[in-house]
Design a protein around this ligand. Structure first.
Ligand code: PFF
Length: 442
């Protein structure tokens, strides 16, 4: 399909905020803070920032130049740049990866809906750790409640996408991203002032360079891919809606916003975890068990304040999750609109139904389907592992190789500069392969 009649972002700010919205998500809140503590505090933050700017940013640029030069989504873009070649497979890989991530991501988004509703209606009301675990068990592990919440989250995602690029994605990002930062700042101020919070601050900040080994670097890189939403054609799709944009500037802003928000979330989450005498763990329990417990305890002394902070916290998780899920759905919807000439409403409906079906299986894998294992993982765990550890890395590697080796050198250099062209062509593929192999060996 020709790209001329395509929807567009209203301007540079809208494009950058939409990219930042995709980048800022659950990954920043539940994985980054934990990884920082695990892998040497401030030392890890330094490694993370280096990876974000030296490896992830060039990958971002690889996707962005494809979107910018073609004005098309991943599949049609590869089809037009390398017709009748296996490179089309990369377009399919991107759409399939986006779809799988969307499906399991919406399950967690549903939990955020559930906790937010609870904090509005009467408060979450857990004051013991067992109470917090039991609550999470029922929110995630029962049948009806998580499925209703999951459907609600998916519906919100669908409505924004149905409204289109400007009235949906752009408007939502312009409102939600500033709000998200303000809310997280308030929660952070509350969190670092809790009694016993200093240990959590130390956990995040104490630099321990002895913990920086190959596995720490691999974790930093993996986290930064997931966090900047790379390798799934999202950056490519959004850039096809903003072809005049300066991609280096957009990529740098995305990395800055994403890293700042991750660090902010770290200071919102970890001090509270330590103040509650808990041990940090990666994954849902960090956000959905530890924090309700800590805020619940504080409610004994400052009920109103603790209630407001709980609402703000889950509201920011919900907004962060939504601004990411819309980018995943848009990548899929755009594909059908380009490939099959579907109208936006029809394409949205189709993908929402498919994502709902896979999401139901993922959701039930915390309850009745918990016994079903794929390579030793639950359905949810398998979808997460497959995409985060393999498909995104493969996609990122392939985009970099395509741009570095197949596209016109001078054209790419004029868009990214010589330094980033060199990084895309040599350093990114070598770094990804080295880390992938070392991970396999380890
Ligand atoms: N960047 C999101 C996060 O950190 O939660 C996850 C994500 C969103 C990955 C969109 C990929 C994507 F296309």
């Amino acid at each position: 399909m020709a790209s001329s009649g395509k929807e567009k972002f209203g301007g540079k700010a809208a494009y950058i905020l939409a990219l930042a919205g995709s980048a800022i998500g659950l990954g920043n809140v539940w994985r980054f803070p934990y990884m920082v503590g695990e892998h040497g505090g401030a030392a890890f933050i330094i490694v993370y920032v280096i990876c974000a700017f030296l490896i992830s940013l060039p990958i971002f640029l690889s996707e962005a130049v494809i979107g910018k030069t073609t004005g098309l989504g991943p599949y049609e873009a590869m089809n037009s740049l390398a017709p009748k070649s296996p490179w089309k497979g990369l377009g399919i890989l991107a759409v399939v990866s986006s779809f799988i991530i969307l499906s399991f991501y919406c399950v967690v988004g549903g939990w955020a809906v559930d906790y937010l509703c609870r904090s509005f209606i009467g408060g979450i009301g857990v004051t013991t750790r067992d109470g917090a675990s039991a609550l999470f068990g029922s929110v995630a592990g029962s049948v009806c409640e998580p499925l209703v919440a999951h459907a609600a989250f998916l519906l919100l995602t669908a409505v924004i996408i149905y409204l289109g690029v400007q009235k949906g994605i752009e408007l939502f990002s312009k409102v939600s991203i500033p709000l998200l930062f303000v809310m997280m700042v308030i929660v952070t101020i509350y969190s670092v002032r809790l009694p016993g919070a200093e240990e959590g601050v130390r956990y995040l900040l104490k630099p321990d360079f002895s913990k920086i080994d190959a596995s720490a670097v691999a974790s930093a890189l993996g986290q930064s891919f997931f966090s900047m939403s790379l390798g799934v054609g999202m950056v490519l799709t959004y850039t096809s809606y903003s072809r005049n944009a300066n991609v280096v500037e957009a990529g740098a802003w995305t990395a800055v916003f994403d890293t700042l928000f991750a660090i902010l979330a770290g200071f919102a989450v970890m001090p509270a975890v330590f103040a509650g005498g808990l041990v940090p763990e990666a994954g849902p329990s960090l956000v959905f068990e530890a924090l309700p417990y800590v805020f619940g305890q504080m409610a004994v002394h400052t009920p109103i304040f603790s209630r407001i902070v709980t609402i703000l916290f889950f509201m920011s998780i919900l907004l962060a999750a939504l601004s990411s899920s819309i980018s995943l759905l848009e990548t899929c919807v755009n594909h059908l609109m380009e490939r099959r000439n579907y109208r936006r409403g029809r394409a949205t409906l189709l993908f929402v139904l498919l994502a709902w079906a896979l999401g139901v299986l993922c959701s039930l894998s915390f309850g009745p389907f918990g016994g079903i294992r794929i390579f030793g993982q639950t359905i949810f765990g398998f979808c997460d592992l497959l995409t985060s550890n393999y498909l995104m890395t493969l996609g990122a590697l392939a985009f970099a190789i395509f741009v570095g080796w197949r596209m016109d050198k001078l054209e790419i250099q004029s868009l990214t500069g010589k330094f980033f062209h060199f990084m895309i062509k040599w350093i990114v593929p070598l770094a990804i392969i080295a880390i992938f192999v070392s991970n396999l060996i380890l």
